[in-house]
Design a protein around this ligand. Sequence first.
Ligand code: HEC
Length: 453
Amino acid sequence: MKGRTRTAAFVAAVTGAVLSLALLTQARLAADARWGANYFPNVTLTTQDGDDVTFYDLIKGKIVAIDLIYTNCQYSCPLESARMARMQQLLGDRMGRDVFFISISIDPEHDTPAALKAYAKQYDAGPGWIFLTGKMTDIDVLSKKLGLWSDPAQTQDGHTPMLLIGNEATGQWTQTSALDNPAYTAKIISTWMNSWQTAKPGRSYLEAAPITNRDNGKYLFGNLCANCHTIGRGDKIGPDLSVAFDARERDWLARYTLQPDVLRIKNDPIAKALMAKFGEVRMPNLGLEQDEVRAILRYIDGEKSSPTPAPPAAAAAAAVPAAAATGTVPAVLDKAIAIQVALAHDSIDRLRDQTASLHQAALSAGPAAAAIDRATADLARQTTVAGARRAYGVLSDTLVAYLKDTHTLLPAGVRVAYCPMVRKSWLQMDGPLANPYYGSAMLGCGEFTTITD
Ligand code: HEC
């Protein structure tokens, strides 16, 4: 116990304001002395390679970092995975030897081993980074035990952007936030976690294998930036960097890439404006070195000057049939989208007026819109944002059915998106994703889809 207390103090001192590291409570540790075999539900899960594994066997005797992901996620998962990709690099050859990363899908229905394998490849996951899928019920039980679960009904997405780090052999477990700097997290893994083992000399963070591809801008961009940024292909989770590179001072770009969090704290006006524009997702501090930033900026400059193919957005716009392009948005869709916008802003302030307008529009649309009208009536009765979101999900299903039944092409400027967490679609105007089911908690969560039969 004494050692544990001392370590807690040490960690608190080391991390200070920089790393929000929350030691699991003493009570929690005491209750299960160690998180041994009995602590972990003995569920069988499947790896990205299609192998069945029992969870406890996977972590036994190892230092592990565990997070929950799903491959369609556009919010915190790309950030977490980018961060883990970075940690993987920093940990060098300890990965797959005594340190393992485990990313567990919370959308197992969609995340087959093949889907996870493709996701792993995107992040250049090397040996020791395991992706798991399985039965939803097993995953729920497990993520609850790991303290990573959160109730999907409580406006969260069944998923906290948290990384659980532990050393099974010593029973030390700790959580870090998804926004923590990977360099610090890697340091915690390799020094603090290690200090609990019978000290093995020469295995400190500093002696970890040198980072490969250290000055390879292309590699770093692909691994750390490409999930959120394009160069000349439009905004993704973050802004199109070719636009930024035309608009901004080189020095600012370097400082921002190195420490976006610091610029935000310092109220840098550009960082502030970007924050306002890009909603919930923040550009993470990826723990880069100066020379790595230089290499990345050089790479982006090079890419920017080489001709890029037409952005997909332009191609898609050209493919919109002329009739649809000139047509107006049918009133039912228009009114429903007004409600989507309000819910995306966590508001039901005008719900009564909005549902009244939608009711009128549904009446004028005739019998085909009867289901829309019924769902609207239920929505009108809601008095909480959570209740409105549930009712809106039902309404949304009727809207999609209406489009299908009436063979209405999606009008120009209207898009259908899908939220894998609530498994519901929504309609919105073209632009960044604005998830009405989670609003500001996870505005960008989901993906644009098409209406299929
Ligand atoms: C998890 C997503 C994510 C990752 C990974 C990421 N960014 Fe960003 N980036 C953003 C977001 C979002 C913004 C907009 C600012 C904000 O809200 O934080 C941004 C803004 C920027 C800007 C400012 C753009 C402007 O318009 O001035 C630069 C430069 C930038 N990122 C570079 C990078 C580079 C280089 C990398 C890789 C080393 C990277 N980013 C990795 C999400 C990301």
